[in-house]
Design a protein around this ligand. Structure first.
Ligand code: NAG
Ligand code: NAG
Ligand code: NAG
Ligand code: NAG
Ligand code: NAG
Ligand code: NAG
Length: 282
């Protein structure tokens, strides 16, 4: 390697610009700086890698494709520009806007590195969106790809499962609820998610079913908190209120989560009746 030497005859110098028209954009240079005085040269600094300025990417990404994942989320895919870019690619910028909004107010998200797909979240359901992708680097963004369209799915059902009743015995909990019917402007119900957790435990387990009942095999020496919600292609629907199934042992119990706030009271009364029965049968 050939070192070039430049002497700056100023004790205050803290900056130096090297100009050479034939240097390509983003070319690496190794640089070290030393000091000297009239007695001779001092030591040099360690070597540092610096790059000449770069040009923005010159070609647009190709083969843009977007698909809807739910009412709120879409996924976008693209390919890096087909021809060789003069500008280095640091990442991609995806611009997206709703058809009913102005393109000037489009939102942008950036990916880093070679990643050629991304998810976009928090969108509106049943809405037409337009998207375009550009490559970027430290010099700026390159030309935009063609615009593609994608329509988000219909929102999930807005009605929560109602009329939930449960009974329990022998370390089993059986839950039943009324079928949720999606409106015309909502995604169809594909099944239900039953979320349950131990009273004190924070992590929640989920089971999915496409029926309107479920049997959980759970030890009954703890209180359980249960919630049910429908799911659809548009995402998860509204959740039922939380139903508390109280701790019981050996005795048969039942209850319901009414759609009012006194569900817990109902459950508590069921528990009370159980313990009375238990006492009198001893
Ligand atoms: C500029 O760069 C070219 C090619 O690297 C080199 O031949 C030339 O000597 C350089 N000129 C100066 C003034 O450093
Ligand atoms: C991107 O791809 C190039 C060529 O395939 C590779 O050299 C480089 O390491 C990749 N960069 C990252 C961040 O994955
Ligand atoms: C995208 O939507 C716009 C506005 O509705 C329409 O003019 C355009 O033709 C669509 N593009 C494609 C590729 O479908
Ligand atoms: C619990 O409820 C289910 C469904 O309603 C019912 O089939 C079953 O007989 C009930 N169990 C008892 C012990 O009553
Ligand atoms: C869906 O339709 C119902 C009536 O059928 C209406 O009340 C509701 O506002 C609509 N929802 C949306 C998101 O358009
Ligand atoms: C319900 O789920 C079962 C098991 O996951 C599956 O075999 C069955 O086809 C599903 N029924 C419907 C109507 O989707």
């Amino acid at each position: 390697m050939i070192w070039m030497l430049t002497v700056l005859a100023s004790a205050d110098a803290s900056r130096y610009v090297f100009r050479n028209e034939s240097v390509r954009p983003f070319s690496p240079f190794e640089v070290k700086v030393g000091v000297f005085n009239n007695k001779g040269e001092g030591p040099f600094s360690p070597t540092t890698l610096v790059y000449s300025a770069e040009e923005e990417p010159t070609k647009p990404p190709a083969s843009i494709f977007a698909r809807s994942l739910s009412a709120t989320d879409i996924e976008v895919f693209w390919a890096s520009p087909l021809e060789k870019n003069r500008g280095r690619i640091e990442g991609y910028e995806v611009k997206y806007w709703r058809h009913d909004d102005k393109e000037e107010n489009a939102r942008k998200i950036r990916t880093v590195g070679n990643q050629t797909s991304t998810k976009i979240t928090n969108l509106k359901g049943s809405a037409l969106y337009h998207l375009a992708v550009k490559a970027y680097n430290s010099a700026g963004t390159g030309p935009s790809s063609a615009t593609v369209n994608v329509t988000t799915r219909k929102p999930p059902p807005s009605q929560p499962p109602g009329n939930i009743i449960w009974n329990s015995s022998d370390s089993k909990i059986i839950l039943n609820w009324d079928q949720v019917k999606a409106l015309d402007n909502e995604s169809e119900v594909k099944g239900y998610k039953v979320l349950y957790r131990w009273n004190r435990q924070s992590s929640t387990s989920v089971i999915e079913t496409n029926k309107t009942s479920v049997e959980l095999s759970l030890p009954l020496d703890e209180d359980y908190i249960i919630e049910i919600k429908p799911f659809s292609d548009g995402g998860d629907g509204s959740s039922s209120e939380q139903i508390r199934i109280p701790k019981i042992s050996n005795f048969y119990a039942r209850g319901s989560g009414a759609s009012t706030s006194n569900a817990c009271t109902l459950s508590a009364i069921s528990t009370l009746m159980i313990s009375l029965t238990a006492r009198s049968s001893l």
